[in-house]
Write a protein that binds this ligand. Structure first.
Ligand code: DGJ
Length: 766
């Protein structure tokens, strides 16, 4: 039993493999407090932790529990306006405009398994929300019902744990049991109060993932001080700018040491994620939908479901934190049948042709690609309507027969003849002002009557919260998929939401729109996978603006960034890997100089970096230098030989350019310790340096391993030439124990020039 209620002390213990969370129900009033979250401990009587020891000048009433010095108690579901002045997890306004609430314990139940989450669309249909599920191991769930009897509101707080995971997943549902409506202005999925003492005498560091288009998810670290640190999205997508992720860690926490409290949200829309430190050095960490652009009028009898949050605690640093997230997502969130399968190596024509293509051009690319071992052609933007640039035709999902005579069937048949699979790009959520669809239904775009909505990339967002719009969009995609042999869809979304107005919502309910929009996306993708269960779906949002746990519920891979420059990708992928398994990161080899940065890099380095994700190409294979083309068969072979390690293994950060000054290195290790892959990328020449020692990670200390430089099997290898082979042979150790490799390490040769790579297979011999 991993969730245990002690009747006498009224303590609830939620346990994972190595952590304990303890909730306490206070005696006099029934507040729900969180008295402990950390490394696994005995089920002792922890009620003494309710005593805060703070008295003067904070709101309290004499008869209250000692834990009820409201402004410093460790509340599990802090509400607003009743003596706790820190960020609240819930704010509701009653029909008179009061915004005070206080939720007290009413009951709880503990059950095996885990319920699905649902959201209700305006037409009354319930849509399943993405959330973790339970297949591999039995989950256990605690559902606590809290009640505000004055408002007649109930809050159901759910906590689930899995046998094989150290994460705790949480969600909240509000139910209006009164006769009057209330408005929910804020509802966080998780709020966690911690004592600063957890970090000794130092304040913790805050780690977030932030960026912009073409620079997504860079790791950002600074110190927490009094006040709030927040990251957020109000863009209707998780965004290029911030991830719904925050980790509070020891000042000296590193990849393999240090305490970390981390949180994320299984959600693809507006969010708020923060940590605040108050006058008493209490720390409150919170995550949920963003209160900005949100107000939910909850009528009598209605309920509202907030998305699921994931909490992780570890004392073993960032690698361990990432392993917990990666395993949770792989084992309990990603549903795709492709999760554990080798994905087809694809070639995407976007950077090859942009809008300027036709059947012949695509077939030429595909034929050349086939000769090199590539398995699928993905036709990107520009195949429909009269879309020859990004000014028109979104919404008009009819094939442009000038480019593709005979339509998709002819193209897909030709590809089949060559032996190539076929994938296609869509942007179903959007409409171009210059499109037949918009001319017919201008009211289908999200807009506020009387205001000219802003355009982004010359497009508007369709109001898919309306069932007629959503059904139309769905039919367009489904009809196209039925019209030819299509194995893969890249689902793109190239603008942020603005001008939030919907003709489908009742007056006064516009605050529902951004939440419902996200649910509508889930509905569309859920339907798609139900009708086409074998479809390989890749999500995308102008690069990686919707790279999140919500989308992973539908697609096993997400396009990571429009920036395919391998040097830039080192930072983008390192940030993405904080949370997401490598198998989810769309990573392609593109042309040099890179189209976004103008940087030139060797072909093998571009390949080595892309091999850490779902591998593919994004270039005109008919136009690249002969030598590069000649290298592709070997690269594809490398992907097939080692792809399993990347897909299924544990990821370890070995070195980063920020620390070494000139190189990055990382590893993936199969869970049984039999095989590992080490990638070393030297970012710049390092004059008068010497080979640098690195320590390997994740190996079995008692096993014996050999290290093989990848690409040396062939004398004519274009992945790893003779010079490199020689450089490695001078330093290569013989067979060594895992213990030695992890503690004494190996010496990496200094390579000539800027941008060079070496990849090693590490194989267990005995
Ligand atoms: C943005 C995507 O990230 C690109 O890969 C490409 O599909 C373009 N959209 C097409 O418009």
């Amino acid at each position: 039993m991993r969730i245990y209620y002690d009747e006498e002390s009224r303590l609830i213990f939620i346990e994972t493999k190595s952590t304990t969370m303890c909730l306490a129900i206070t005696d006099t009033e029934g507040f729900l407090n969180n008295v402990y979250y950390g490394i696994k401990i005995q089920r002792d009587d922890l009620r003494y932790l309710l005593r805060t020891g703070v008295g003067p000048f904070v709101p309290s009433v004499n008869e209250r529990d000692r834990g009820s010095y409201l402004d410093c108690a460790r509340f599990e579901f802090p509400s607003s306006g009743a003596g706790d002045y820190r960020p609240s997890a819930v704010t509701v306004t009653d029909d008179k405009g009061h915004d005070v609430s206080q939720f007290l314990y009413k009951s709880h139940r503990i059950y095996e398994g885990k319920d699905k989450l649902f959201a209700r669309m305006p037409e009354g249909v319930d849509v399943r929300m993405p959330s973790t599920f339970d297949v591999k191991s039995g989950a256990e769930t605690l559902e606590i019902t809290l009640s505000d009897d004055v408002l007649g509101l109930e809050a159901k707080l759910s906590y689930s744990v899995f046998e094989d995971s150290d994460a705790i997943v949480k969600s909240v549902k509000l139910i209006n049991k009164s006769d009057s409506p209330v408005t929910i202005n804020r509802l966080h999925s998780s709020s966690l109060d911690l004592d600063r003492g957890v970090w000794g005498d130092k304040t913790p560091d805050v780690v977030t993932l932030s960026g912009t288009w073409a620079r997504e998810r860079h790791i950002d670290r600074r110190s927490l001080s009094r006040g709030n640190v927040e990251v957020y999205s109000t863009r209707g997508e998780t965004s290029h700018q911030f991830q719904p992720f925050m980790a509070l860690c020891d000042k000296n926490a590193g990849n393999d040491h240090g305490k970390i409290y981390a949180q994320t949200l299984i959600w693809s829309g507006n969010f708020l994620c923060g940590s605040s430190m108050d006058q008493f050095d209490n720390i409150r960490s919170y995550i949920g939908i963003n209160p900005e652009h949100f107000a939910w009028d909850l009528k009598s009898g209605e309920s509202f479901q907030a998305p699921e949050a994931v909490l992780v605690y570890t004392e073993k640093g960032f690698d361990e934190m990432s392993h917990i997230f990666h395993d949770l997502f792989r084992d309990h969130l990603i549903r795709s049948p492709y999760l554990h399968r080798e994905r087809p190596v694809l070639i995407n024509n976007w950077e090859a042709t942009y809008f300027d293509f036709d059947t012949d051009k695509l077939i030429n690319i595909a034929s050349e690609a086939k000769k090199c071992g590539i398995e699928m052609l993905v036709m990107d933007d520009g195949w429909f309507g009269v879309r020859n640039d990004d000014n028109s035709s979104l919404g008009d999902w009819t094939v442009n027969e000038e480019k593709l005579p005979g339509g998709l069937k002819v193209l897909s048949d030709k590809l089949e003849e060559i032996g190539m699979k076929f994938g296609i790009w869509f942007e179903p959520e959007m409409v171009s002002p210059d499109s037949d669809l918009y001319r017919l239904h201008p009211d289908w775009a999200i807009a506020v009557p009387g205001r000219k909505p802003c355009r982004m990339r010359n497009q508007y967002v369709l109001d898919i919260t309306r069932s007629e719009v959503r059904d139309h969009v769905y039919k367009c995609v489904s009809d196209i998929l039925k019209s030819a042999k299509i194995s893969y869809v890249k689902w793109d979304m190239n603008r942020q939401l603005s001008d939030l107005g919907s003709e489908g919502l009742e007056p006064g309910s516009m605050g529902r729109l951004s939440y419902l929009y996200t649910i509508a996306v889930y509905d569309l993708q859920g339907r798609l996978l139900e009708e086409f269960p074998d479809l390989l779906l890749e999500n995308c949002s102008g690069g990686g603006a919707r790279f999140d746990g919500g989308m992973l519920f539908y697609s096993p891979q997400i396009w990571c960034s429009d920036d395919t420059d391998a040097y830039e990708r080192l930072s983008i992928q390192a940030g993405t890997e904080m949370l997401y398994p490598l198998s989810t990161m769309g990573a392609h080899v593109s042309a040099s100089p890179n189209h976004i940065t103008g940087r030139s890099m060797p072909f093998d380095v571009r390949c080595a970096v892309a091999l850490s994700g779902t591998f593919g190409y994004e270039l005109d294979i008919t136009k690249i230098p002969e030598e590069d083309r000649g290298a592709i068969p070997e690269q594809v072979e490398i992907y097939h030989r080692y792809g399993e390690i990347v897909r299924e293994g544990d990821y370890y950060r070995i070195a980063s350019e920020a620390e070494t000054d000139y190189f990055d290195a990382w590893m993936s290790v199969l869970k049984d310790g039999t095989r590992a892959l080490l990638t070393y990328v030297q970012c710049k020449a390092y004059p008068n340096g010497k080979g640098r020692c690195i320590k390997l990670k994740g190996l079995d200390p008692d096993a014996v391993y050999e290290l093989n430089l990848i690409g040396t099997e062939r004398d004519d290898s274009l992945f790893c030439g003779r010079e490199k082979k020689k450089a490695w042979e001078d330093l290569a150790p013989g067979a060594l124990s895992g213990d030695t490799l992890m503690n004494a390490g190996i010496i990496l040769p200094l390579l000539p020039g800027d941008y060079a790579q070496m990849m090693f297979e590490i194989k267990r011999l005995a």
